[in-house]
Design a protein around this ligand. Structure first.
Ligand SMILES: N[C@@H](CCC(=O)N[C@@H](CS)C(=O)NCC(=O)O)C(=O)O
Length: 235
């Protein structure tokens, strides 16, 4: 049995999709990160970085935080979606790191600046709109050359990237241009191939049972989560 500390966010969805791909028994333990549950000492003992997802694999027991590390752990536990050796393993790794260092942060910072930043400052929004176009451009080039990010086969690199595309395509609808077939045919075809996998559909259904909790936060909760106001670092 695996416990997944969960919220309705793309980094958690990566893990749900992988647990379904592996056919592992798991349960989701919802965390209200909008009310600061990630800062409770019991949770910090599991993840010193105070973020979901975290898994506790009771067959071990083993605790893993950071979504990409969790995908590697599950891939190696199950021998699924990551070759044990050879050049493709490193192709997959580099696209996993691209997701963790570029695609995820660009989408996340873009969302934050659009939804939560003061509306009278354009610098951050302009910077991350440009960065978002840049990283989706990198992804589009790769996916016009290969059917999947890791190469010819579906892998954990696709499971890492798919939730951000899925989430922001839903969030921004017509204002999200990166799935439009005329502009991004490589991403559009890849997205359809990923979404057609039965395990991905099962994972999306399981993830859909989590309740969105953003509206439960107080202004102070948001300040603490975003490190602003009374929580901003000052010398
Ligand atoms: N690099 C981390 C990012 C995790 C992350 O940002 N989690 C968000 C939800 S998607 C969270 O827990 N936020 C709470 C906070 O920042 O306090 C990963 O990939 O696991």
């Amino acid at each position: 049995m695996i416990d997944l500390y969960a919220s309705t966010t793309p980094n958690v969805l990566k893990v749900t999709l992988m647990l379904e791909e592996c056919g592992l028994e798991y349960r989701m333990l919802p965390m209200n990160v909008w009310r600061g549950e990630q800062f409770a000492p019991d949770f910090v003992a599991l993840n010193p970085n105070s973020k979901v997802p975290v898994i506790v694999d009771h067959d071990g027991p083993v605790t893993v935080f950071e979504s990409v590390a969790i995908l590697f752990y599950l891939a190696e536990k199950c021998g699924h979606l990551l070759p044990a050796s050879g050049p493709t393993r490193y192709d997959i790794m580099q696209w996993m790191v691209f997701q963790a260092a570029n695609l995820g942060p660009a989408n996340g910072q873009f969302n934050h600046l659009m939804l939560f930043a003061p509306q009278d400052q354009d610098y951050g929004r302009d910077r991350y709109t440009t960065e978002l176009h840049r990283v989706y451009g990198v992804m589009e080039t790769r996916l016009t050359e290969k059917p999947y990010l890791g190469g010819d086969e579906f892998s954990i690199a696709d499971l890492a990237a798919f939730p951000w595309v899925w989430s922001n395509a839903n969030r921004w609808a017509e204002n999200f241009p990166f799935l439009a077939r005329d502009a991004s045919p490589g991403i559009a075809d890849w997205y359809e191939r990923c979404a057609a996998r039965p395990a991905v559909q099962r994972g999306l259904t399981a993830h859909g049972t989590l309740k969105p909790l953003v509206s439960t936060s107080t202004p102070e909760d948001l300040d603490r989560m975003f490190g602003r106001g009374a929580y901003a670092w000052r010398p």
